[in-house]
Design a protein around this ligand. Sequence first.
Ligand SMILES: [Zn+2]
Length: 237
Amino acid sequence: MLFKTQLAMFVRGLKGIPLPQRCAVCGRRCEGFKIICSDCEQKLNSLRFVKHYMIDKKSRKRIFVLGKYADTMKSAVAALKYKNQPELALALGHELGEAFEASPIYKQNLTLVPIPMNREKELKRGYNQAELITRGIHDICGGFRGTRLESHALVRVKATQPLYQFGAADREKEIAGCMKIGKFSHHSTAGVVLVDDVFTTGATVREAIRVFESAGIPVYGVLAVATTNKAFKVKDK
Ligand SMILES: [Zn+2]
C-alpha cells in the first residue's frame, strides 16, 4: 500500500480515531496501519493493467484506469460502495493518482471533477465514492503539482435507474440531461478530468463530457479505478 495511505492511518491513530483492525476488502485481520491486507494487496496488484490508458472511440477522450474489474478488484469496489469503507476509496485514489502521475499522459494544472451520484443514494450512503477517490488522487497530484479539485462542479438534476439493466441506446437515453454544471470556482485551460469508480460502457462519462463541452469547458480525459473494457490488458502470468 502506498506510504501516503499508511501515513493517513498513522495520523488517524494519533488523533485517537480507532484504526480498522480488519482488511477493508476481505474482512480478515490485518496488522499495522494498513487497511488492505497483504493478500488482497497482492491480488489487486495482479489485476493492474500493463498500460493504463487508451482513447475511447466514442468520446475520443483519454481513459485512464488502474485495473481490471474482476475478483478482488470487484470486492474492493463493492466494499467501498456498500460496506461503508470510505478509507478504501481514498487508498484506491492514492494508487490511481500515483499511476496517473507517472504516466506519459499526465499533465499539470488539470481540474479533477468526480461523477456525481443520485442525491438520494448519496444521502443514504453518506458519501460519494467517486468524490473520495478524487480526493485521494488530489492528495497525490494536487498542491504544488497544480492539479485542482472541484468536488461539486457537476451535479445530478435527475435521478437515474441503474444502467446495467439497459441496452446501449437506452442507457444514453436514461442518462441524458441528468447532470448539469454546479459550483465551479475556477477551471484551468488544461481541462477537466472526470473521475468515476468503474468505467463500463462510458455512457455516464460521455454525458458529463457533453455537459462540460457545451458550456465551453474542455475535457482532458477520464480516470477510473477499474473497468470491464477488454481493450485493457493485465500482465500475463
Ligand atoms: Zn484482505
